[in-house]
Design a protein around this ligand. Structure first.
Ligand code: MG
Length: 154
């Protein structure tokens, strides 16, 4: 089986199950509100990270440099999950507990990314969409479909 097919298999088998509906009476019942990508904006995430930092008076530690370092450190923790595994192993040996570890470390990376955007004043949507537009120009689908090489190395 090709790695790409295994990756597709992996996504079907190990997809984490998240609730898809909001809990409308959560606040009344005291249950934790369930949020997901479908009902949460980027601003919600930015505000959540900002509140967390503000409540602890950690703003003075959250310099752009410290946050950039933290992104790299958490990225290394994400990579550590796959240390010593081949590309194929990383797909075939993964299980729900591994995916949970990936979820946890990815959250750490993303939280620091959002924190850095807050501190520097970056609009995440603008940054990503502008970069994707440049990526579309740099890697036109008709030339790069199913293959990858650095532009100019073809
Ligand atoms: Mg971590």
């Amino acid at each position: 089986m090709l790695v790409a097919e295994r990756a597709s298999d992996f996504r079907k088998t190990y997809r984490l199950n998240y609730p898809t509906k909001n809990c409308s009476d959560c606040s009344a019942s005291g249950k934790r509100m369930t949020r997901n990508d479908n009902d949460t904006t980027v601003v919600d995430l930015k505000n959540s990270v900002s509140k967390f930092v503000k409540d602890r008076e950690w703003g003075r530690f959250h310099t752009p440099r410290n946050l950039a370092e933290s992104i790299c450190i958490e990225s290394a923790e994400l990579l550590e999950i796959f240390q010593w595994s081949t590309e194929e192993d990383s797909l075939s040996t993964s299980d729900q507990s591994t995916v949970r570890k990936v979820e946890d470390e990815l959250a750490d990376v993303l939280i620091y990314c959002v924190g850095l955007a807050n501190v520097v004043g970056i609009d995440i949507t603008t940054a990503i969409l502008n970069k994707m537009e440049r990526n579309e120009e740099k890697y036109p689908a008709d030339r790069y479909k199913g293959t990858y090489s650095k532009p100019g190395n073809r």
